[in-house]
Write a protein that binds this ligand. Sequence first.
Ligand code: DX5
Ligand code: ZN
Length: 226
Amino acid sequence: MSIYISPSIMCCQFEDYSDYISSFENKRVKNIHFDVMDGHYVKNIMLGTNTYKELKSKTNLPIDLHFMCNNPEDFIEYFSPQNGDWVCFHPETTNHPHRLLQKIKSLGCRAGYAINPGTPLSYIEEVLDELDYILIMAVNPGFAGQTMVDSHLDKLKRIKEMVNSADRNIDLVIDGNTTIENAKKMVNAGATGLVVGTSSLLKSVEVFNEEYENYLEAISNLKESQ
Ligand code: DX5
Ligand code: ZN
C-alpha cells in the first residue's frame, strides 16, 4: 500500500495559502489537514469557518477536519463539512461518539477517531464497523512543533492488530512530529498516512516542493526492503 501525505494547513502562513494549495495540487496530496482547536479541550484556539470556506473556494482537494473541541457535534454542525471531506474527533469529547460517526457519514464524509497517547483503545474496539480512518496522535494535541511521544508506536501496532483481526480497511494516519526519521518508524509500525507540519515538509512552500519526493521515497516500500 502506498503511503500518503496530508499537509497541515495550520502550519502555513495565511498569505501563502494560494502557493501552498497549488503545490499540494501539483503533488496530488490526498487531503489537507485542518486543525480546529476550541481553547477548552486544548489551550490553543485556531482555524475557524472562514478559513475553511476560503480553502473550499480555492481547491477541490478534500479537507481533513480534525476537531480538538469539547462537544464536537456542535462544531461539526457549525462547520457543515462538505461531501468528500474527512472529519475526525476525539471520542472522549462527546457523550455520543457512535452517533457522531454516523452523522459524519450521513454528510458524505469519511469518519474518523483521533486518539491521543493517553486515550484507551477500547473506544475503537466498539465502533470498528463505523470507522473509515483513525488519526493517531504522536504528540498530545494542541500545538505544532512538539516532540513525539514514543509510546504511540506501540499504540499504532495494537490498533493495526485490532483492525486486521476485524478484517477492516481503515486508514491509520499519524499526526505530529513526522520528521523523516520518525516517519520511517511510523510506517514500519503500520501507518498508511502521515500529517506533515513544521517538523518536516511545511517549513516553507520551497521546502515542501523540494523535499516532497525525497520524503515519499524514503518512507515508501520500507517493509519490502527489510
Ligand atoms: C495537531 C497538529 C500538529 C501539527 C503537526 O493536531 O496537526 O500535529 O500540525 O506539525 P508538527 O510537524 O509541527 O508536529
Ligand atoms: Zn491535527
